[in-house]
Design a protein around this ligand. Structure first.
Ligand SMILES: [Zn+2]
Ligand SMILES: [Zn+2]
Length: 266
């Protein structure tokens, strides 16, 4: 087991029985949804070439973002249980066209890795090559997916860590450390609270007087609205404790969710 797999397993081991049951349930339905989606894509003589063409027009950067958004949607399955003071987050599910493209791209990568000669044929033959490969892997998984939780977790952890490794390989590992703005939805959802005693605003260092309406972050730290809003336009972290708010930046959001998994797994 590599470091990333250990971190995910460590985080999952902190879930209670109820949460664990829900995680397995949501992962197995997601797994079947994706299998179904991929099969119908490979069966379709029109959707397949359109998706393949769409993939071919994407730059490496756009493909990276596609994988990143797919990874983000997968990570959400776990982190939904791990975020204790969970701020309002928008949905991370991929649109059908993007899910088609992401699943096809991942399948192509997998076939390229395991049977590189299979893709040396013309692209017109790829659909039947991929279909055969997909039927083979689905059948071998089918036996294990009857009910055992490890049979559900293994493919999930495998996909998640592979995406993470891919993003690091194309250089997004360092880029993910950059500053990103908090998501607009998360900022709009921040509550305004009335102060019951004087507290210092950590941004302007002035005392916020009793009775004043101030902004409360999910980590319980308080700030003047006028001080915090410009801050959150540049950074998604609390100025006091570096608690991270969600961001609309895909790589920034993966970094945030991955951070939650790492913290929990310790
Ligand atoms: Zn202030
Ligand atoms: Zn804080």
């Amino acid at each position: 087991m590599d470091e990333k797999e250990k971190k995910i397993m460590g985080a999952i081991s902190t879930l209670n029985t109820h949460q664990f049951f829900h995680l397995i349930h949501s992962l197995s339905s997601e797994f079947w949804r994706q299998q179904h989606h991929l099969c119908s894509l490979l069966q379709s003589p029109t959707r397949f070439p359109l998706t393949l063409h769409h993939l071919q027009t994407l730059s490496l950067h756009q493909k990276t973002l596609l994988i990143a958004r797919y990874l983000l949607s997968m990570l959400t399955h776990i982190t939904i249980f791990l975020e204790t003071n969970k701020p309002n987050t928008s949905t991370t599910a991929l649109r059908v066209k993007d899910l088609d493209a992401a699943l096809l791209l991942m399948l192509l990568c997998q076939v390229h890795q395991q049977e590189p000669q299979a893709l040396q044929r013309s692209t017109a033959q790829w659909r039947s090559v991929l279909k055969d490969y997909q039927v083979g892997t689905s059948l071998s998984m089918l036996g294990g997916l009857g009910g055992s939780s490890s049979a559900v977790l293994t493919p999930f952890i495998d996909i998640t860590t592979r995406c993470q490794t891919f993003l690091e390989a194309v250089g997004c590992g360092d880029e993910m450390e950059r500053e990103v703005a908090a998501s607009v939805a998360a900022v709009v959802a921040l509550p305004s609270v009335e102060l019951s005693g004087g507290v210092e605003c950590a941004i302007c260092k002035e005392e916020m007087r009793e009775g004043r309406e101030v902004c409360e972050l999910p980590c319980d730290h308080l700030f003047h609205w006028m001080c915090l809003l410009p801050w959150l336009k540049k950074k998604n972290t609390c100025p006091c404790c570096r608690f991270q708010l969600p961001t609309d930046d895909v790589l920034g959001e993966i970094q945030r969710l991955w951070g939650i998994i790492v913290t929990k797994s310790i």
